[in-house]
Design a protein around this ligand. Structure first.
Ligand SMILES: [Zn+2]
Length: 136
C-alpha cells in the first residue's frame, strides 16, 4: 500500500488553483494526498442525499492509502454556493455562513470518521481577483 497522510477536499474554482498549487509545492505534498475535487464538494456533506456517498468515498481512500487527516479548502465567492441558492448581504455575512456550514461538516466528519483529524483552510478572492489565504 502506498501510505499517505491527507485527503484534500477542494472546489474546482480556477481562481484558487495557483494558490493551491503553490501550497502543494511549498509543503512538498505531491504524492501525499487523495483529492475530492469538483464544484465545492464540502457542501455535499450537508446534503442528506449525498452524505453517505461522501463518507463511503473517504473510507475507501482510508482503506487504499491510510490517510488520517482531512483538509477542507474552502473559498469565498464560490459558484457552487450561488448554484445552491445562497445569497449573502455582505462579505462578513458570507464568511459567517461558510464558517457555520464548515463547522457542521467538521462535526459530521468527527462523528462518522472517529479516527480522522479535520482542518479547514479558508481562501478569499481579493479585489484584484487573486486568491489569498485568510485566517478565520
Ligand atoms: Zn467554488
Amino acid at each position: 500500500m502506498h501510505q499517505i497522510k491527507f485527503i484534500h477536499i477542494i472546489c474546482t474554482e480556477p481562481r484558487i488553483q495557483k494558490l493551491y498549487h503553490d501550497y502543494l509545492v511549498k509543503n512538498n505534498l505531491f504524492g501525499e494526498f487523495d483529492t475530492i475535487q469538483y464544484e465545492n464538494p464540502i457542501l455535499d456533506f450537508l446534503n442528506p442525499n449525498k452524505l453517505d456517498k461522501m463518507i463511503e468515498r473517504i473510507k475507501l481512500y482510508q482503506e487504499l492509502h491510510g490517510p488520517d487527516k482531512i483538509i477542507l479548502f474552502d473559498h469565498l465567492d464560490c459558484g457552487a454556493y450561488k448554484k445552491n441558492g445562497y445569497k449573502f448581504s455582505s462579505f462578513k455575512n458570507e464568511v459567517l455562513k461558510h464558517q457555520e456550514n464548515n463547522e457542521k461538516v467538521v462535526e459530521i466528519l468527527r462523528r462518522e470518521l472517529l479516527d480522522m483529524g479535520v482542518e479547514i483552510k479558508y481562501i478569499k478572492i481579493n479585489e484584484q481577483g487573486k486568491a489569498v489565504w485568510i485566517n478565520l
